[in-house]
Write a protein that binds this ligand. Structure first.
Ligand SMILES: Nc1ncnc2c1ncn2[C@@H]1O[C@H](COP(=O)(O)OP(=O)(O)OP(=O)(O)O)[C@@H](O)[C@H]1O
Length: 382
């Protein structure tokens, strides 16, 4: 990693919710331990992070030929381990000035963070002058590729709200669950990865640091997502992550890249909406006619609060999780209610038919009854 060692003593993660893809399982006392046939040459550290050998990773990546991505910190490869498990290996750029000790400290810091909505670190390798980080593999890639590439198909509105809640939960854990708290510092659609069932996790803690350690670092982050307050004051806080999350919400709504004028577009729309209703005009054209406007306005109103110029007026990640949960619960209830009312309608139709049958001759009316039943069955499928 590029950053300097923080020299902190490692704590044990307080949330050990682990992914099915992860090779570690949570132990009874909150410590993690390894299961199932990992190689004896691989060492387990106190926080449950596995030390992989260079040879194993070289083999698992077919001599580093399985490239899946590239970021500011280096190249990312897909690796098929001999245990049958698939992981992602990030090979850190060799121009990093970080020494062995600092790298180990960094790994321990990252390794204690475990949550179902984080791309958890599962291992590392420090051999042959190389530093590598091994992560849970996210088979559906990053969110940006789904929002902007035609070949990945369309991300529906319902899924976009679920993704927003997943990300919010990951961030809430970093801000309020991790001890000491962690600020991500680079929330963007490239850093949101999706698993096989399209559940989202927050990735890339390369820029994350404990709040107390790194309050006044040089400006970093990604243009388009950066909190203007951070740019002017140089101080990055949890509320700066909230700002970036607000931008991400607008990106989900509008399907526009924040690095290509998304926020100007949002500010223009906000003049008409006063931040509350009427956000339909910015909706992603791929969602037109397929999106619940009430939900859209609620999510956009939340996003608008997140990007408030005054950090203290922005909600906390905990508040955000609550709002998004409420929106999804209301959706669930509406769907449930809709289904129930459809089945009531179906019952009423059936009763009407019964009554009609009683009046009419049974033999002549069979055909009509079948039609009625078929049409009510269709209603269930709506
Ligand atoms: N755990 C993973 N599973 C699957 N793909 C991954 C994983 N980690 C990274 N990738 C892929 O590699 C790409 C590059 O990741 P990386 O985190 O190095 O950089 P980035 O987040 O895109 O950019 P930056 O480092 O500038 O923030 C990701 O966008 C993603 O497509």
């Amino acid at each position: 990693m590029k950053e300097e060692s923080t020299g902190l003593i490692i704590g044990i993660s307080i949330d050990s919710t682990l992914a099915p893809e992860s090779p570690v399982r949570s132990g009874r006392n909150g410590m993690n331990f390894w299961i199932d046939g990992f190689k004896k040459s691989n060492m387990v550290s106190a926080s449950g992070i596995l030390e992989y050998s260079y040879k194993d990773l070289q083999k698992a990546t077919y001599n580093f030929t399985t490239l899946i991505g590239q970021g500011a910190f280096g190249l990312v490869y897909k690796a098929q381990m001999s245990t049958g498990e698939t992981v992602a290996v990030k090979v850190l750029a060799t121009n990093s000035k970080q020494g062995e000790k600092e790298f180990h400290t960094e790994v321990m810091l990252l390794g204690r963070l475990h949550h179902r909505n984080l791309v958890n670190l599962v291992g590392y390798c420090a051999e042959k002058g190389q530093h590598m980080l091994v992560y849970v593999y996210m088979s559906k890639g990053n969110l940006a590729s789904h929002l902007y590439s035609e070949e990945n198909g369309n991300l529906g509105w319902d899924l976009r709200v679920h993704i927003a809640l997943d990300v919010a939960r990951g961030l809430e854990y970093l801000h309020d669950g991790a001890v000491p708290p962690v600020i991500h510092r680079d929330i963007k659609s490239n850093n949101i990865l999706l698993d096989q069932s399209m559940r989202a996790r927050v990735a890339d803690f390369g820029l994350s640091r404990e709040e107390m350690v790194d309050k006044h670092a040089a400006i970093r982050g990604t243009f388009g997502y950066l909190d203007p307050e951070y740019i002017s004051s140089g101080t990055f806080t949890k509320k700066s992550d909230v700002y970036s999350f607000g931008v991400l919400l607008f990106e989900l709504i509008a399907g526009r890249n924040p690095q290509q004028g998304l926020m100007e577009y949002v500010e223009l729309a906000a003049m008409n909406t006063e931040g509350k209703v009427g956000w339909e005009e910015i909706v992603d054209s791929k969602l037109e006619g397929k999106c619940d406007f009430q939900e859209l306005n609620e999510v956009a109103a939340l996003a608008y609060k997140c990007i408030n110029r005054a950090p203290r007026k922005r909600p906390s990640m905990r508040d955000i999780v609550q709002v998004l949960t409420r929106i999804l619960k209301a959706r669930h209830q509406r769907n449930h209610h809709h289904k129930n009312s459809l089945s009531e309608t179906a019952d009423e139709v059936a009763m009407d038919v019964d009554e009609a049958e009683n009046k009419d001759s049974v033999t002549t009316d069979h055909h009509r009854r079948d039609e009625s039943i078929d049409s009510t069955t269709d209603m269930y499928d709506l």
